[in-house]
Design a protein around this ligand. Structure first.
Ligand code: 4FV
Length: 246
């Protein structure tokens, strides 16, 4: 999987390419990350990449030409997508990450200032993506979020493939709580079912915990069936309590 970044700050990406899982994925060539410095494509004597907005208003806008020339400086792979990171884009979700991982190349355009000239977006950008409803100083951090999340979907990047299947959102639910040694710390114990070795019971407990947590924090993620099951459990529990009272 190839990631090509158009940015004014290529050095920012050393953070993702130099360490841990992504660093290993790069050295194992499971992924490739290359940065094009947009400013180096400005033909302006002062290497200008931005200018004042037509119609007035605060801030500056990134010019078309340096972006266009940076993009066209290398051929695009056949199965590629040019993505502009912007708060105006489609919000990134797990489903979107999984679909982006189907490309051979993602070209990530990082804006700065107020954004980029709309004519560059209309002519060269395939899709606009937002990592959330807040404003960053630049698109770089958003591009890194995409590199990190999409790379995890690439075979061989995660040393235990299983973990990608069992995590939050992979089954549409928030992930169950995790515990590790020591068994007891500061008087806090590990749920006994996890020490039982009974994998069927452990799976049931983990699923129940995922549904419970999702119901508390992200009820909109629950399927109707899961909502119904929760209601049924609640009613069953209520009846049990009432029976005990009698
Ligand atoms: C952003 C986001 C974001 C807006 C102005 C860069 C900044 C500056 N990108 N998700 N939220 N971008 O805030 O993707 O050009």
């Amino acid at each position: 999987m190839k990631f090509r970044i158009l940015t004014l700050f290529p050095e920012m990406f050393d953070a993702v390419t130099g360490t841990s899982i992504l660093g290993r994925a790069l050295s194992n060539q499971h992924i490739e990350v290359s940065c094009d410095d947009i400013r180096s494509f400005s033909k302006d004597k002062h290497h200008k990449v931005d200018d004042a907005p037509f119609g007035g208003g605060a801030g500056m806008v990134m010019k078309v030409e340096p972006l266009r020339d940076a993009l066209n400086s290398k051929p695009k792979m056949p199965n590629s997508s040019v993505i502009y990171l912007t708060p105006k884009g489609q919000t990134l979700t797990h489903e979107k990450v999984v679909s982006l991982a189907k490309y051979d190349e993602l070209i990530l355009v990082c804006g700065h200032y107020e954004g980029v000239d709309q004519r560059f977006i209309d002519r060269y950008v395939d899709e606009e993506i937002s990592i959330g409803d807040y404003v960053l100083t630049g698109g770089e951090l958003a591009a890194m979020v995409i590199i990190d999340s999409v790379s995890r979907m690439v075979n061989g990047v995660l040393n235990n493939e299983g973990s990608a299947e069992e995590e939050s959102f992979s089954n549409g639910l928030l992930e169950y709580p995790h515990y590790t040694r020591p068994q007891s710390v500061d008087g806090d114990e590990v749920p006994s079912v996890l020490l039982s070795g009974n994998h069927a019971e452990i799976e049931k407990w983990r699923y129940r915990e995922s549904v419970k947590l999702t119901a508390e924090r992200r009820p909109e993620l629950l399927t109707d069936a899961q909502k119904q099951a929760l209601k049924d459990n609640f009613i069953k529990k209520k009846k049990r309590v009432e029976k005990r009272r009698l």
